[in-house]
Design a protein around this ligand. Structure first.
Ligand code: F6R
Length: 611
């Protein structure tokens, strides 16, 4: 939530910062701003998109070689020009950009008000920069020392960058809880919430750790922590291609990412799975592998789409590993004093690896002695780093706010983890194990085939684009897919949608069904097929409009359904990776037809770094 970018070097800072903010707009897009040093410290900021801000900048004023910029997802104070970042200090000598929440901002603010300070905005971030300046004046110290002293008094989460009118060659950055990456170029430095604004300039980066402060002077990066202990920057090489963060000819990132899935699933299995030899290796799970194999219980913590992936994993792990699984909303788990025993193992699932609730849930479990396995997409992310061990999904950057390829990659990783455990435990027969490995390897080609349904799904979308409600039904492995289909539709098209286990319909939602109600039934051939056939009939009897996702060649359900989408046959345990594809496409096309902003849906942000 909120994207921050900063630059110091020989280029025109505004060009680097504005371009970077556009790359980070998925993190927040209600207002944007930039601070530059051109005849003084000047802030330009505006409610709206980065492009709205860009349109107001006058090229002739923009010759600064240092700059900081921000794209906002509002937490404190409504989205408007004043609350947009950067924020000035009282004397307008300092400016700050901030991602995160300062929890004790109101007591700090009161302290400053008592000293006579006034505030222009409603933000916690302005409080922080005024506090920093107050410390600097009172202690007559350098700006980095003032930042350090201020941060020792701050409770909450932050990634900040501060620049000063009086220090034209210095940027001070710090993080706790919110991500921050330093890019190191030749005689230039970049700072950003993630590596996407940096990759086109350099692939040498330093990921800041919690409580670290980076002091960037013209040619030098120094690190210390809030206790004033210096450290040596650990420079890593980025494994990220520029084309992976561009649209590559697609109208939206979401569509690109939906179509990338055959490749992303393959990338996720690459080097890990060889069905021919029966080899399944997860390099990131070694030292603690036995913990997983001997776990008394597995607790999965996640949010949103990642939580849905966790639900599928629950079915899979319980079936094949015979280990009880609980799937928890991280936001609930962290606040309810959960029972965590010695034999419990926690799996934290997160695309971004930065979701505040998931991070807090795993920290809580860790504090109670649990071993944590992280399943993350973003390499080097906070959750990945805070896990004992884990496996990356390697799906490549997911930029569309609605998660698509991350979901199928998460399922791929979780299935591989479960199969490895089941095989080691002996809870799966050798032949079933081999059969599932072979089937897993075919999934990319089946997803490829499902993507060919795009035109047909577009036609169905045209019919239902004006619906006010949707119901999604599934059973067994397809129940979480129903939840995921409903989530995709509501988040990008703003149509109210509910996902239900098909049998649960009779306990309430059936009252909603009439001739106006589109009901998406995910009814592929599996062990609960006969049961879902009955549920489809129940919908039919109440004149609901049935859109059925079935297995190729199904002859029965097409007799009842209004629209039929045939997906390739696969093992029922792997079906979610295939049956979710038409639902992703359906939500995409409906959103486009309703003129919704698919990649940046209202009120949402990609990486939810506030609780
Ligand atoms: C839905 C979506 C969100 C995320 C959720 C968790 O399309 O994107 O529901 O799945 O915010 O995010 P991560 O996986 O980054 O922890």
């Amino acid at each position: 939530m909120c994207g921050i970018v900063a630059y110091l070097g020989h280029r025109k800072a505004h060009e680097v910062v504005i371009k970077g903010l556009k790359r980070l707009e998925y993190r927040g897009y209600d207002s944007a701003g930039i601070a530059l040093l051109n005849n003084g410290l000047n802030i330009y900021k505006k409610k709206g998109k980065v492009s709205d801000l860009e349109a107001t900048l006058k090229e002739e004023e923009l010759n600064s070689h240092i700059g900081i910029g921000h794209t906002r997802w509002a937490t404190h104070g409504e989205p408007n020009d004043v609350n947009a970042h950067p924020h000035y200090s009282a004397t307008e000598s300092l400016a700050i950009i901030h991602n995160g929440i300062i929890e004790n901002y109101s007591s700090l603010k009161q302290e400053l008000i008592n000293k006579g300070y006034t505030f222009r905005s409603d933000t916690d971030s302005e409080v922080l920069i005024q506090f920093i300046e107050d410390i600097q004046i009172n202690n007559d110290c350098t700006i980095d020392e003032a930042v350090r002293l201020a941060l020792t008094k701050v409770v909450g989460a932050y990634a900040i960058v501060v620049m000063s009118k009086n220090d034209p060659d210095t940027l001070i950055a710090a993080r706790k809880g919110s991500p921050l990456v330093v890019g190191i170029g030749k005689d230039e430095f970049f700072l950003a919430s993630d590596a996407t604004p940096i990759v086109e300039y350099t692939n040498e980066v330093v990921y800041l750790n919690d409580y670290e402060i980076a002091i960037i002077n013209k040619n030098e990066l120094q690190l210390k922590n809030t206790e004033d202990i210096p450290s040596t920057p650990y420079i890593q090489t980025l494994d990220l291609e520029l084309e992976a963060i561009e649209k590559g000819g697609y109208e939206h990132f979401m569509l690109k990412e939906i179509f990338e899935q055959p490749k992303s699933i393959m990338d996720c299995m690459r080097g890990r799975l060889n069905a021919n030899s029966g080899r399944l290796v997860l390099g990131g799970i070694r030292e603690y592998a036995n913990k997983l194999i001997n776990a008394d219980r597995i607790i999965i913590v996640a949010c949103g789409t990642s939580w849905h992936a966790g639900l599928v994993a629950e079915y899979f792990i319980e079936e094949f590993c015979r280990i009880p699984v609980e799937v928890e909303y991280a936001s609930e788990f962290r606040y309810r004093n959960p029972v965590i025993n010695e034999g419990d193992v926690v799996i934290a699932i997160s695309q971004s690896g930065e979701t505040a609730d998931t991070l807090a849930a795993m920290e809580l479990a860790k504090s109670k002695g649990a071993i944590i396995f992280g399943v993350c997409n973003v390499v080097g992310s906070s959750i990945a780093r805070a896990s004992h061990e884990g496996a990356y999904t390697h799906a490549g950057p997911e930029i569309g706010v609605a998660s698509t390829k991350a979901f199928t990659a998460q399922l791929t990783v979780l299935n591989m983890i479960a199969l490895r455990v089941a095989h080691k435990k002996g809870t799966i027969t050798e032949s079933r194990y081999r059969e599932l490995l072979v089937e897993l390897e075919t999934i990319p080609s089946k997803v490829e085939k499902a993507l060919k349904l795009d035109d047909q799904i577009k036609e169905i979308s045209e019919v239902f684009k004006d619906a006010r409600n949707f119901l999604y039904l599934g059973r067994g492995y397809n129940f979480p897919v129903a939840l995921e289909g409903a989530l995709k539709l509501k988040e990008i098209s703003y149509i109210h949608a509910e996902g239900y286990p098909a049998a649960e319909m009779k306990h309430g939602p059936i009252a909603l069904i009439d001739e106006e109600m589109p009901v998406v039934c995910i009814a592929t051939r599996d062990s609960s097929y006969d049961k879902i056939v009955s549920n489809v009939q129940e919908v039919k009897a109440r004149k609901g409009k049935i859109i059925a996702v079935v297995t190729e060649g199904d002859a029965l359900i097409p007799q009842m359904a209004d629209y039929v989408i045939e997906v390739p046959k696969t093992d029922e345990a792997l079906m979610p990776m295939v049956s979710v594809i038409p639902l992703q496409l359906l939500s995409y096309h409906i959103a486009v037809m309703r003129n919704c902003n698919v990649d940046q849906p209202r009120n949402l942000a990609k990486s939810v770094t506030v609780e």
